[in-house]
Design a protein around this ligand. Sequence first.
Ligand code: FEO
Length: 168
Amino acid sequence: MLKKKIVGALNNQIGLEAESSHLYLAMASWAESQGLNGTANFLYMHSDEERMHMLKLVKFVNERGGTAIIPAISAPPTKFSSLQDVFKGILEHEMMVTESINNVVDICLSEKDYTTHNFMQWYVAEQLEEEALARTILDKLNLIGESTGGLYIFDRDLEQFTPTEETN
Ligand code: FEO
């Protein structure tokens, strides 16, 4: 049976993963409206992944006697000035998510909940990958600069960056 404090921390993380899914969805929609279909596909897929991150937490909480709370989600931005703007936003967002995951891990340790601590290690590893991916993409965008041809190739190639991950 999960302790109240652990359920609270996990429910907070459920909200954050839901917000992440929504943010990626907003970015995907913007990219699609700009004709950046490769980027849009990458971001739509990532939005689905974030929903899986949320679901995994929901199931964990419910299967261990807690009650997962599905929260309201605030509206994400609708406009972005450039692809750099999008991926800078992603990196900042993921760094904030990493901090939150680390906070859950801290709470698990202070509450001596080693089962949840073990479960959270999947998220710790996932955050490492997500931050690294955002940095790699940002580096590429910085190399391309304002080159239209470069952006065309970037958009076409972005689907290859889609990570294959286990969500269970
Ligand atoms: Fe679920 Fe991108 O963190």
